[in-house]
Write a protein that binds this ligand. Structure first.
Ligand code: ADP
Length: 296
């Protein structure tokens, strides 16, 4: 499967230009859509999920025109939205059975097999009779994936799925997601760089509605080899460094500000040490020119 998004644009009624000529190609496997809050990730996800219209541009899933054959696309789609509400008083297995029926799986026996299989897959089988309102954040997200998987979708969209999960829950969720990507396109939107470095074989950085980078995370990191330097400075001196260097990120640790700088000079003096580049450097060096770095 291949998803080809071409020159997609969207301006909301309030004048916010949420998507600006977004052009991206996604293949089978996990595709990470990385960007700060307000970048346009959800707008893009909802448009791909056929839930809202674009003003301009096209989306094709292989031969299928996504924006013109919505009903057909919905049969191939699994979607876990950012705000995934659950009915608190309903047990997980009953809810999944209901969703399976809505998705057109008519036979009760077939539904039971599918529902039980999915509950096993997301490791909620032993909790299948519990009301959804008693689930933890991580359990709700795993339940969300189970409902998205009903009907064997070819395109799965998960919008900010790890926000609010603790590290153990996030790990369990990573393990689950990483099993999905073989024969399907899984689009994962996130503002967490680690989500992309752990899971995704391709990714794009989106900011203020524009695609700033698209490619392979490992290649993106390799392209920064020899160009990242770090230094621990006094907090008061940050403006001096910002004036002279391209400071891409700052982190306060034990009273010192650890800054990372992008420089193509052979060797940076001034007390800097060469640092191993990582995906955060790729992310911050792309968005640093677009957003106020003081807020990063
Ligand atoms: P992200 O998912 O990356 O946080 P969104 O797609 O939710 O970004 O939002 C992109 C921009 O569009 C933001 O400025 C947001 O306030 C605005 N926006 C999102 N949805 C709507 C809407 N329904 N009406 C008006 N503005 C919206």
């Amino acid at each position: 499967m291949k998803l080809v998004i071409d020159s997609l644009s969207k301006t909301y009624a309030n004048g916010v230009h949420a998507l600006k000529d977004v052009t991206l190609t996604m293949n089978n496997g996990m595709f990470g859509l990385l960007g700060p809050n307000g970048a346009g990730k959800s707008s893009l996800m909802r448009t791909i999920a056929t839930l809202q219209e674009a003003d301009k541009g096209s989306i094709f899933l292989d031969e299928l025109d996504v924006l013109r054959t919505k009903t057909h696309v919905r049969h191939l789609l699994g979607y876990l939205p950012q705000e995934f509400g659950v009915y608190p008083k309903i047990p997980a297995d009953k809810m999944l059975d209901h969703i399976a029926r809505l998705k057109g799986i008519g036979q009760a026996g077939e539904r039971r097999d599918i529902v039980n299989g999915l509950l096993e897959k997301v490791n909620l089988y032993k909790d299948r009779h519990r009301h959804l309102g008693t689930y933890s954040g991580g359990m709700k997200q795993r339940f969300g994936i189970a409902q998205a998987l009903i009907g064997d979708p070819k395109l799965i969209i998960v919008d900010e799925p790890t926000a609010g999960l603790d590290p153990a829950e996030r790990n369990r969720f990573y393990n689950l997601l990483s099993q999905l990507g073989q024969n399907t396109i899984v689009i994962l939107s996130t503002h967490i760089v680690e989500d992309v470095s752990t899971l995704c074989s391709s990714f794009a950085i989106i900011c203020k509605g524009e695609v700033l980078y698209a490619g392979d995370p490992e290649k993106a990191v390799a392209a920064l080899a020899g160009a990242i330097y770090s230094k621990a400075i006094d907090q008061a001196d940050i403006q001096y460094y910002r004036n002279i260097y391209k400071v891409i990120s700052t982190q306060l640790r034990a009273g010192k500000l650890h800054i990372r700088v992008l420089s193509r000079e052979a060797e940076l003096q001034d007390g800097f040490v060469a640092a191993e580049p990582n995906l955060e450097d790729v992310y911050f060096s792309n968005i640093a020119t677009r957003v106020d770095v003081n807020t990063l």
